[in-house]
Write a protein that binds this ligand. Structure first.
Ligand code: FPP
Length: 247
């Protein structure tokens, strides 16, 4: 049966997060430089975003550049930053046509100026869109996020805005860069690697993890459907036992 038809609309995750991995190995497999993999990765971004919006997913978060990625060769970092500018310029019209809002998480002030500018322009232009929110994690790391949230809360305490005894799960979650965004129910990582690589550590506490050997540039709608069908077959117990769950 068609995979898309197997997806139960009433059990869709509201938020899917993806670690797009394997661009470099995909390029190597094709005898090309690593940046060729990133260029082809953009096609996968486009298809996945379209598929998620068509299905009615509310939030899609893509790990596009981690704080650790600055350690890559200069040429690769520069090309990735240029590719982002190019893609943002080209695709903002598509986001408008599809009623998709763009957001970003991460230390984006430290991005190169043209990337930062293109990103802010895309966020501003799409801010009233309603169908889905596409969140790019850029210069992001979960440890950075947890530290900046802690600093925010410490400052609020110091200024007497909150009491230290008022700090709880909700207060902390609100101070993270994902403040008003619900936690992802499903995390997908491509390319056969099975780790979180400093991505959304707090927010993924109860996410279902899905690992696929597919390299990111080969990821298409069908691969997203496969991940969702797999997710829908899992029993999410949140610490309870099967018999306690309401069907
Ligand atoms: C991981 O593959 C990929 C990245 C670090 C960059 C992802 C960026 C894109 C797909 C392009 C731009 C994105 C947007 C949202 C417009 P890797 O290089 O780590 O692959 P490897 O593990 O095989 O070396």
């Amino acid at each position: 049966m068609d995979l898309k038809l197997q997806i139960k609309p009433e059990k869709l995750p509201r938020h899917i997060a993806i670690i797009m991995d394997g661009n470099g190995r995909w390029a190597k497999k094709h005898g090309k430089p690593r940046v060729f993999g990133h260029r082809n990765g953009v096609k996968a971004v486009r298809e996945t975003t379209e598929a998620a919006a068509e299905l009615g997913i509310d939030f899609l978060t893509l790990y596009a550049f981690s704080t650790e990625n600055w350690n890559r060769p200069r040429l690769e970092v520069d090309t990735l930053m240029k590719l982002l500018v190019e893609t943002l310029h080209k695709e903002v019209n598509t986001l408008m046509k599809n009623d998709i809002k763009l957001q970003a998480i991460g230390n984006i002030n430290k991005l190169p100026r043209p990337t930062h500018k293109a990103l802010l322009a895309g966020i501003e232009r799409t801010k009233n869109n309603k169908r889905m929110t596409l969140i790019l994690a850029l210069n992001y790391s979960a440890k950075w996020d947890i530290v900046q949230a802690t600093q925010k809360i410490a400052k609020a305490c110091k200024e007497g805005l909150i009491n230290e005894t008022d700090i709880n799960d909700q207060v902390f979650a609100q101070a993270l860069s994902t403040g008003n965004i619900p936690d992802p129910e499903l995390l997908i990582r491509t390319s056969g690697e099975a780790r979180l690589s400093n991505f959304l550590l707090w927010q993924l506490a109860y996410a279902e993890l899905y690992f696929t050997p597919t390299f990111w540039p080969d990821f298409r709608k069908q691969q997203l459907y496969e991940a969702i069908v797999d997710y829908q077959q899992r029993e999410r117990r949140f610490g309870k036992i099967s018999e306690q769950l309401v069907p």
